[in-house]
Design a protein around this ligand. Structure first.
Ligand code: NIG
Ligand code: FE
Length: 413
């Protein structure tokens, strides 16, 4: 279907030339066109510019007077396929237990794994699609979803098949990540080697056969998986064409960032604890650092030192980490606002981090993340607002009027 948006107060994140990602000072520039038009043809952005050059054609017209338009959010890190919730652990934390203590007592990831193992594939799909529909209405147009709450051959594959089915049934761009190395299940309590062997010898070949994943991930963290485990998993994934994206430096810095860079991972995610050497290791590489401020907010842990990283010339992407334990929200609007409020990113930096840099962290920069001819018409139309600064300023409120994916309006089901 073709649509012509007219009188757009400001068209945001306009990139005439396609770009991969933005680093350092470049992140503070957010190109826009005031009083603009945008033409969508067959689901793609086919033309845009100032209203004086607006084509006079016979297509569906949407008058966007007083409203702003930007590319939909690119959420490069989620675990939105999960079973049940963990609000009991949330209350336990309020009453004094720590996230680590809860995990040690068999809660945390293992709690979610137990729930997921007991849930059928059909039910898991049903629960997950509600979350996917919710984030689409919140303006997300591309999302990465991880496995990692299965922790057995059958349940990891179940998660990945659910992700595949979501991908087939929804207009949002979806990338799948195999995160078998998320936590050590009780059955392998004293046998981490055996668990990793199972992931590599039994699950990976099946993933390749059914084409179930794009990326491979591991939780590289004290008490979870070591740097050596990370090397092993990244190497094994590479054999099957899976690019690395790792959870690293969330609670402790143990050298995982360096390992990630050595293995050319696409992204290193979390980074709440950053030593100077970790920051240095990321300079002049193609690895995207990803901050997850909703996780920091929810767990009351430090925020990724975004200001320092950007000031030192690094790129940065923002994502939600949507999961039942550390970030039970998939709202990118909240993430963008929190990045500005708590991490002192400017609105320009935060919007760049949540669009084009997020697209890069999913290897989707050719399809989404900016207003460029030939990209998918995945678009956010705001309510009537004064400036795009209002988007993070008005935190917790709903500034989005409509979302379009592949040019089609997303409606509440
Ligand atoms: O990204 N850090 C590891 N994994 C998830 C949270 C897992 C959970 O608590 O369920 C994260 O924060
Ligand atoms: Fe995560």
């Amino acid at each position: 279907m073709n649509v012509l948006f007219k009188n757009i107060k400001e068209l945001i994140q306009v990139r005439e030339e396609a770009i991969d990602f933005l680093s350092g000072k470049e992140m503070s520039i957010l190109p826009t066109i005031k009083n603009a038009f945008l033409l969508v043809e067959n689901g793609f952005i086919s033309d845009f510019g100032v209203m004086e050059n607006c084509p006079k054609i016979d297509v569906k017209i949407i008058d966007a007077k007083g409203k702003m338009m930007l590319p939909s959010w690119c959420d490069s890190h989620t675990h939105l396929v999960f079973a049940g919730n963990r609000e009991d652990e949330f209350v336990a934390r309020i009453n004094g237990l720590s996230y680590e203590e809860i995990a040690k007592n068999g809660g945390g990831i293992l709690n979610s794994a137990k729930k997921l193992q007991e849930t059928s594939e059909a039910d898991l799909y049903k629960q997950s699609k509600i979350r996917l529909e919710e984030i689409m209405l919140l303006g997300t147009g591309a999302v990465e979803i991880k496995s990692g709450y299965g922790l057995t051959v059958a349940s990891e594959l179940k998660m990945l098949r659910v992700i595949k089915k979501l991908k087939e049934n929804y207009p949002i761009e979806i990338k799948a990540t195999f995160l078998g190395a998320h936590a050590l299940p009780a059955a392998y309590k004293n046998n981490k080697t055996g668990y990793l062997k199972m992931l590599i010898d039994e699950i990976l070949p099946e993933i390749a056969k059914e084409n179930l994943a794009d990326f491979i991930d591991i939780f590289c963290e004290t008490g979870y998986f070591s740097v050596e485990d990370t090397q092993q998993i990244l190497k094994a994934g590479k054999k099957y064409g899976l690019v690395g994206k790792i959870h690293v430096n969330q609670f402790t810095a143990i050298g995982g960032v360096q390992t990630g860079v050595e293995h050319n991972v696409l992204s290193v995610d979390h980074l709440e604890v950053m030593r100077n050497e970790d920051l240095e290791a990321l300079k002049n590489t193609k690895t995207m650092p990803v901050a997850l401020p909703a996780c920091s907010y929810f767990l009351s842990i430090p925020y990724t030192p975004a200001r320092k990283m950007i000031d030192e010339g690094l790129p940065l992407a923002l994502a939600t980490d949507y999961n039942p334990g550390s970030s039970p929200s998939g709202n990118m609007n909240f993430v963008v606002a929190t990045a500005c409020i708590k991490m002192k990113m400017t609105p320009e930096e935060a919007i760049n981090a949540a669009t084009i840099n997020g697209a890069y962290a999913m290897n989707l920069q050719d399809k989404v993340g900016a207003i460029t001819k030939g990209k998918l018409a995945n678009l956010i139309l705001t309510k009537k607002i004064n400036s795009y600064h209002f988007i993070p300023y008005s935190f917790g409120n709903h500034v989005i009027e409509k979302v379009f994916l592949k040019g089609k309006e997303i409606l509440k089901s």
